[in-house]
Design a protein around this ligand. Structure first.
Ligand code: HPA
Length: 264
């Protein structure tokens, strides 16, 4: 049995064998969604090999149970490349999600906006990404499965369903391209001008490696950003991790509405 298979069995022993339909990864300041799950919470510390996920604003717990009538596996915290220097930091949790029988990953994150019409508090559904870091979680993967097509990485069916849920709950859901910047320092204004020219609408320090891994593992993927600030140089707004955590709740309530409808 593989390591992920062993962990999946351990999780099933505690939370039951019914497969979760979706895995949800919660971004900075969005952990409260995990509290809404009616199910079993397991600390990452009890899941050997799970990442430390030590960034403040994240809760390192896996919660498996019902959210709005659908069985989900909620990852209350993620590990970022900048914590360990490993772009594949979320590989084991996503392998476990696959072994549990999930069909899709829905990732959430906090991000900076590059668009004046998408201010702090907005939500953006990812249509695509730009891997500005140049890193890849599949470097070193020996099998030919590493050559993952990324044409429709952000699943059109899931995107349509999320758009419909936003409409049903009267939430303004922007759409755009997310650029992954490694962090942990924020971007410079010149870097933001560069990625705006390249076609990015939002910028953040996560999600892209997880979506690459999800597609590698055969999971469908979707992702939503909560905009916590205008990106560097685009406004006088402060940019800091404290600011990200303070602003995340502005979008989080809308995100809860959309996800609740999506799952319902
Ligand atoms: N840049 C990168 N990551 C972020 C930002 C940002 O402006 N805001 C929240 N996460």
């Amino acid at each position: 049995m593989s390591k992920s298979g062993d962990l999946a069995r351990l999780i099933q022993d505690r939370a039951g064998a019914e497969p979760p339909r979706y895995g949800l990864i919660l971004g900075s300041g969005l952990s409260h969604l995990a509290d809404q799950v009616d199910g079993v919470a397991i600390d990452y510390a009890d899941l050997p090999g799970f990442p430390h996920a030590g960034v403040s604003g994240h809760t390192p717990k896996l919660v498996i149970g019902q959210l709005s009538g659908t069985r989900v596996a909620v990852f209350g915290g993620r590990s970022h490349y900048y914590e360990s220097g490993r772009a594949d930091a979320m590989r084991l949790p996503l392998e476990v999600l696959t072994d549990l029988g999930a069909e899709a990953l829905v990732a959430t994150n906090a991000a900076g906006s590059l668009r004046a019409d998408m201010p702090t508090g907005s939500l953006m559904l990812l249509t695509d990404h730009i891997n500005f870091s140049g890193l890849n979680p599949l470097i070193g993967e020996p099998s030919d499965r590493r050559f993952v097509p990324m044409g429709d990485a952000y699943d059109p069916g899931l995107r349509a369903k999320l758009r419909a849920s936003a409409e049903a709950t009267s939430v303004d859901l922007h759409e755009g391209v997310y650029a992954w910047y490694s962090g942990p320092s924020f971007e410079t204004p010149a870097e933001i001008r560069a990625i705006r020219t390249l076609g990015a609408d939002a910028v953040g320090m996560s999600t892209v490696p997880e979506v690459i891994l999800a597609r590698f593992l055969g999971l469908k993927a979707a992702a939503i950003s909560t905009i916590t600030n205008m990106a560097a140089g685009l406004s006088d707004e402060a940019i800091s991790h404290d600011h990200t955590k303070a602003m995340a709740p502005l979008g989080a309530a809308k995100l809860s509405s959309v996800l609740t409808d999506f799952l319902g």
